[in-house]
Ligand binder design. Sequence first.
Ligand SMILES: NC(=O)c1ccc[n+]([C@@H]2O[C@H](COP(=O)([O-])OP(=O)(O)OC[C@H]3O[C@@H](n4cnc5c(N)ncnc54)[C@H](O)[C@@H]3O)[C@@H](O)[C@H]2O)c1
Length: 299
Amino acid sequence: MDDQKIAVVGAGTMGRGIAQVAAQAGFQVVLYDSVEGAAAKGLEVIQKSFQKLVDKGELEKELAQSAGEKISVANDLDGVADSFFVVEAIIEERGPKKALFQKLDQLCGSSAVLASNTSSIPITELASVTRHPENVIGMHFMNPVPLMPGVEIIKGLKTSEKTYQKTRQLAEQLSKRPVYSSDKAGFVINRILMPLINEAIHVVEEGTSTVEDVDNGAKYCLNHPLGPLALSDVIGNDTTHHILSVIEDELGDRFKPASLLTQMVEAGLLGNKTGAGFYLWVDNKPQEVNKQLLKYLKQ
Ligand SMILES: NC(=O)c1ccc[n+]([C@@H]2O[C@H](COP(=O)([O-])OP(=O)(O)OC[C@H]3O[C@@H](n4cnc5c(N)ncnc54)[C@H](O)[C@@H]3O)[C@@H](O)[C@H]2O)c1
């Protein structure tokens, strides 16, 4: 087992960011995604992100280059086997995550930490399919990972103190401030964030206010850096929907996704990652409110 090698499984919005910060902190990183070409594309996005940091004078060219060289792409899951720490960042659904944890358990060393970046799925449940539940933990990074200073760490019922301490230590090595949560669906961050986003969607759906005014209200009356609708676009409206559904399973109707959110997911309006959600997005920036959606909402 290589105690300098971190594996990241899932090369989407979050996996890419996690791989980037791990490489910047000096670790060797292996990135795997089950969709062919996705990990290689993820690596390209990371290299562009390094270049942007260099252009802005926030990262030295040599450091960006050496961090870039630390990331490799694995063509199959076997490539993660010798890592001392694995971070899973795949789709927010119980079935695929449990199937993956079962495979990781077979492939990885008996002392490797298997961490999930899940936003809401209980860690004890993911750990239950492994032979070493003491090595399984939640390490919930925030989006965008390179910019957000906090990380939520979740102990499952059988997570050992050793695994917890190793994870806290890694968080600090990645320059992240750990926040502890016990193992309840949604943990702390999404228990408090998701009702805000869901309620904001209800407000525009029922016509109490507009997309723009809801977000401006959060920004200018509550001093939030980003309105909840723009934030859902950044998270991915599909991911927001998955998170709400998982918490709803455990905590009931108050987390039931708004029907407008369900429809937007069905219509492929996932936000930044598809270019359109509550807003139209170019280069990770909202350009304007999505007029097609406004028309549908008769706003
Ligand atoms: N988006 C956010 O703001 C955010 C924030 C914190 C945590 N999270 C959590 O992070 C995880 C990933 O979310 P995301 O936003 O990066 O999703 P995403 O849709 O951007 O990316 C998911 C990636 O996982 C890959 N994938 C799916 N099944 C796989 C499998 N079995 N093996 C390997 N790869 C697989 C997909 O091809 C895709 O590239 C979820 O658990 C989510 O709840 C998301």
